[in-house]
Design a protein around this ligand. Structure first.
Ligand SMILES: [Zn+2]
Length: 253
């Protein structure tokens, strides 16, 4: 029998290797998010928990375009919001939201949030995604709604409320704001973001065109186990990583 090469999540001999890997996946995620048009000025952040200092997280430098971010540009932020590695500032909203998500969810390695167009358009409806498509079933029973808007999130108390709305789910819709996704790897959080944004787009298109038919409960539940697992999320990101790395290898610098 030939050996079939199917990508599998890596394991690491040292925390240094694991840290480097997370940072590489983050830089790739920013490049990809830029390519997909998820950037909007200085808005948006992706964070990854440090594998050694587990109450610290890596984040994008405030004010740097997603499309330019390299591994060496990422900054390390402690649990008080101080930058302890790197020479850029952290976005206060990034700290306020992500520090509380990482604190509330020890299983979460990475979190992604941007002001992507269809996510923020859908967020104004103040409702959850319907199981309209196979892909949208990844979020069936597995996303929350932060049904409030009180200005730019600058306070960790607001971050706590967002973490509460996220609950044990993989994603939360922030009303009048946008989407936030989490994962047990950077890859997974990034994939959920990409596919949630597209699921919002699909539902908006379908609702604009007519009266869409939802997948029935039992089938949506079954499909959620087929397309919504942590491993499935990780796996789905691999082709996107391969593509962006081949196009923009300087992201590893
Ligand atoms: Zn935001």
């Amino acid at each position: 029998m030939p050996t079939l090469n199917i990508p599998a999540p890596p394991s690491f001999a040292t925390v240094e290797a694991e840290r480097q890997h997370r940072k590489e996946r983050m830089a790739a995620t920013f490049r990809l998010f830029s390519k997909l048009g998820f950037d909007e000025g200085v808005a948006g952040h992706v964070t990854a928990r440090d594998p050694e200092l587990t109450d610290h997280f890596w984040v994008n430098p405030f004010g740097m375009h997603f499309g330019h971010i390299r591994v060496s540009d990422l900054i390390l932020c402690d649990h008080d919001g101080a930058v302890v590695e790197g020479d850029h500032a952290v976005n206060r909203a990034a700290f306020a939201i992500h520090s509380q998500v990482h604190a509330a969810r020890p299983d979460v390695i990475a979190a992604a949030h941007t002001h992507s167009l269809h996510g923020k358009a859908f967020s104004t409806l103040g409702r959850l995604l319907d199981p309209l498509t196979q892909d949208a079933c990844a979020f069936y029973g597995d996303h929350g709604l932060f049904d409030d808007y009180t200005g730019v999130v600058l306070d960790v108390e607001e971050g706590k409320r967002i973490a509460h709305a996220l609950g044990e789910h993989k994603a939360v819709i922030l009303r009048n704001h946008g989407l936030l996704t989490v994962g047990r790897s950077v890859d997974e959080a990034a994939w959920w973001f990409v596919t949630m944004e597209r699921s919002c787009q699909a539902q908006l298109l379908a609702m604009a065109a007519g009266d869409p038919i939802s997948i029935e409960h039992d089938m949506a539940l079954l499909t959620s186990t087929q397309v919504g697992s942590s491993l499935g999320g990780w796996f789905s990101f691999q082709p996107l990583y391969q593509r962006i790395l081949r196009e923009q290898p300087d992201l590893l610098e």
